[in-house]
Design a protein around this ligand. Structure first.
Ligand code: NDP
Length: 247
């Protein structure tokens, strides 16, 4: 019997997009605490990136907070190139970066459609494609979708289309990459309260809608991502895992 904790990710290398705040930040910290090395990115750098870098340094391991916009192919190349330079190999890819937007469908212009779909769906596909040569035979890809992809919501046609697209991307890649031992799963959060906060009336509405009577916390998404990243979930593949408190 092995005494090694199957949740441990010692020596594994993780790329997480959009990690400077919100759910991405919790994912980065949870992976690092589990022993993984992490490269993450933010578009603007600044204080959130510096704070995260300090927290990662305190945890230990080899981490880096890069400045990159994942809707730009050259930024993806640089981000993956950073992983290659540091480690020569990527074991875990978490596609977390996403653009939230609320627009009535009749007023939705092509630019806003593209911004949301490019960030939420196209960038995920391009990050995976660029990372794959560094994954070799094995690894875990985790895409952050949304519960709304399967239920729909007004004002979010573009956002839900992007997130629903991730389900198809996840399932198809499962079939294409399985023979390489690479797993692809999707985590679909319900309403999560990040440091950005929400108005009281929104929190109250979710309190009534969610069986557990509260919004979720970023850490409650992060623990599921860490589970999917490691050996404990070795036979979980192509799944959408809703983490929504029973909405
Ligand atoms: P935030 O808006 O708080 O954070 C989004 C993150 O994505 C930021 O770190 C942001 O970085 C990054 N990001 C956005 N666009 C880009 C880009 N083009 N390139 C690189 N990074 C980018 O979102 P949340 O933490 O709330 O959400 C994280 C993920 O979870 C998203 O995919 C979201 O759709 C999903 N989700 C969230 C839910 C919630 O209730 N919060 C519910 C369901 C799903 P920066 O601005 O620093 O560049």
């Amino acid at each position: 019997m092995t005494t090694e904790n199957p949740m441990r990710l010692n020596g594994r290398n993780a790329l997480v997009t959009g990690g400077a705040r919100g759910i991405g930040r919790a994912i980065v910290l949870d992976l690092a605490r589990a022993g993984a090395n992490v490269v993450t990115c933010t578009r603007q750098g600044g204080e959130p990136a510096q704070t995260l870098a300090k927290e990662l340094q305190a945890i230990g391991g080899e981490h880096h907070v890069a400045t990159a916009d994942v809707t730009r192919q050259e930024d993806i190349d640089a981000l993956v190139g950073e992983c290659e330079r540091r480690w020569g190999r990527i074991d875990i890819v978490v596609n977390n970066a996403g653009a939230i937007s609320h627009v009535p469908f009749a007023e939705l212009d092509a630019a806003e459609w593209h911004r949301v779909v490019d960030t939420g769906l196209t960038a995920t596909a391009m990050v995976i494609q660029r990372a794959l040569p560094l994954m070799g035979e094995g690894g875990s890809i985790i895409n952050i979708g949304s519960k709304v992809a399967t239920v729909g919501l007004p004002l979010r046609a573009h956002y839900t289309a992007a997130k629903a697209g991730l389900i198809g991307l996840t399932r198809s890649l499962t079939k294409e990459l399985g023979e390489r031992g690479i797993r692809v799963n999707l985590v679909a959060p319900g309403p999560i309260e990040t440091e950005a906060g929400v108005p009281d009336e929104v929190r109250e509405r979710y309190r009534r809608l969610i069986a557990l009577g509260r919004m979720g916390r970023p850490e409650e998404i992060a623990t599921v991502v860490t589970f999917l990243a490691g050996e404990q979930s070795a036979f979980v593949n192509g799944e959408t895992i809703n983490v929504d408190g029973g909405i």
